[in-house]
Design a protein around this ligand. Structure first.
Ligand SMILES: Cc1cc2nc3c(=O)[nH]c(=O)nc-3n(C[C@H](O)[C@H](O)[C@H](O)COP(=O)(O)OP(=O)(O)OC[C@H]3O[C@@H](n4cnc5c(N)ncnc54)[C@H](O)[C@@H]3O)c2cc1C
Length: 247
């Protein structure tokens, strides 16, 4: 698998959609068959390229949602209103249809099951995708590394992987932050991520956790600033920005 992170070896491969499932009303998980896939690490992403009949192409990056599993590559895509690529992947692509995939990309925003430091995952919206790959890689490896996930979403209906995250996973603690609408009986009022959320849902800085923060640019900047204010070492904070804040 180390081979997978070596730059200069990436070429476009044909990927056929093998399975698709709705994650929320606006997000879809896509499982592709990619013959010859070299494997990947949790946290890496791929480039997806679409080609129209007239030869026009568009490509975007998407995080790998699950650890390596033979020729299977799993992504979860949020439909961005008027989005050129995301709308096609969430609504237009049918089982059996091809796209092109290049990767895996990125060797820094990754978690390896051999890593033993406690882990803090901070996700905003679709930023949960590469962090879920880490949660799944931990489970697949039978790792006992303690994980905490703080996951910010607009409403309960916007949670990805809700049933899977609800299942007891010893050593994994999950805390939700709802920004617009909370479940009945939820004591925290809706609102954006605060110091208190990362103080209660994260690890004390003294524990020197590896922190992975992913989501829209504004969310990532806020979360990283809070972690620094809480005393976390900047070298232990790894970030991945998906794009605009989306309001
Ligand atoms: C490393 C990396 C990993 C990523 N992983 C994922 C992933 O796992 N799942 C996922 O759904 N997306 C992911 N993204 C975002 C993805 O690459 C696209 O930016 C997104 O799907 C929108 O592309 P589009 O062609 O549909 O929209 P475009 O046609 O490019 O844009 C349409 C409109 O939406 C706005 N917009 C563009 N991107 C975003 C965004 N991310 N959020 C809000 N508004 C936006 C644009 O400003 C524009 O107004 C990742 C991005 C990066 C850089």
């Amino acid at each position: 698998m180390a081979r997978a992170a070596v730059p200069g070896r990436l070429s476009w491969r044909v990927a056929r959609l093998a399975e698709a499932r709705a994650e929320t009303a606006t997000a879809r998980t896509l499982v592709f068959d990619v013959p010859g896939w070299p494997g990947h690490l949790a946290g890496q992403h791929v480039d997806v390229r679409l080609t129209a009949d007239d030869g026009y192409t568009a490509q975007r990056s998407y995080s790998l949602a699950a650890p390596a599993d033979g020729a299977h590559v799993e992504l979860t895509v949020q439909d961005v209103p008027d989005g050129e690529v995301s709308s096609y992947l969430t609504e237009g692509l049918s089982v059996g249809d091809p796209v092109e995939i290049r990767g895996p990309v990125g060797g820094w925003f990754v978690w390896r099951p051999a890593d033993t430091a406690p882990v803090l995952l901070v996700a905003g919206g679709s930023g949960i995708v590469p962090l879920m790959a880490m949660v799944r890689a931990r489970r697949q490896a039978g790792s006992r590394t303690p994980f905490r996930l703080v996951y910010s979403v607009r409403t309960p209906a916007d949670r990805y992987y809700a049933a899977e995250l609800r299942r007891a996973d010893p050593g994994l603690d999950v805390a939700y932050v709802y920004t617009r609408e909370v479940p009945e009986g939820w004591s925290r009022p809706p609102g954006r991520l605060t110091v208190a959320d990362l103080n209660s849902g994260g690890w004390p800085a003294d524990f020197a956790p590896d922190c992975f923060v992913c989501g829209p640019t504004g969310f990532v900047e806020t979360a990283a600033d809070i972690l620094l204010a809480l005393g976390h070492d900047a070298r232990k904070i790894k970030t991945e920005r998906f794009g605009p804040t989306g309001g």
